[in-house]
Design a protein around this ligand. Structure first.
Ligand SMILES: [Zn+2]
Length: 197
């Protein structure tokens, strides 16, 4: 197994972990969390950076909780071609219906405000960018699959997932992932997400 920390490393937002495993002679790719970098234009540029892999190659995404710094770039990933399942708890899914739509709305409002100011000659610096639209969020919401705490499910032969209550926010989970890679014993990987408050 290879794990690459694409965000929330040396900083707090943009939590994204890319995992690569070998199963039945194939390399499989999945992500744990897919968060947005937050904090002005610098963060926006990071959100726009190309990925070190093709979103089409991803088999699935596991989401630990609904906060935007862990989930906020999912609509962008789906718009870039990821069409697999996104696993999370039912409470996380219910919250995301609100949070992701709100995120799209805020991005659009920022762009519209900047455009108005620009027309009036009152805007300096780079224009804000909307990373995705409401329609993009609606598409993304169709890709979720709900897994409840304590329910162990097989995501594909050789990979099992169980969520445990992380106590960080409503629906937040610690992801316990058992992987039986080719030629080795099953190993357990635990992604804590965010714990407590
Ligand atoms: Zn959080």
């Amino acid at each position: 197994m290879k794990i690459q920390f694409l965000g929330a490393a040396g900083e707090v937002t943009g939590s994204r972990h890319a995992v690569e495993v070998n199963l039945a002679g194939k390399t499989r790719h999945f992500m744990v969390d897919y968060g947005m970098f937050q904090g002005g234009r610098k963060a926006t540029n990071k959100n726009l950076e190309p990925l070190p892999f093709s979103p089409k190659e991803l088999d699935f995404v596991i989401l630990t909780h609904a906060h935007i710094d862990h989930s906020g770039l999912l609509p962008r990933l789906c718009a870039q071609g990821f069409n697999g399942p996104i696993y999370c708890t039912s409470a996380t899914y219910e919250l995301l219906k609100i949070l992701l739509l709100d995120s799209a709305h805020l991005q659009r409002a920022d762009v519209e405000r900047a455009e108005r100011k620009q027309k009036a000659g009152k805007w300096r610096g780079e224009m804000p960018v909307a990373l995705y639209s409401r329609e993009g969020v609606e598409m993304t919401l169709t890709q979720f699959e709900v897994v409840e705490y304590g329910q162990q499910i097989e995501l594909m032969p050789g990979i099992h997932l169980e969520f445990r209550n992380a106590g960080h926010m409503l629906g937040s989970a610690i992801a316990v992932i058992d992987v039986a890679e080719d030629g080795s014993q099953s190993k357990r990987y635990v992604f804590s997400g965010a714990i407590l408050g």
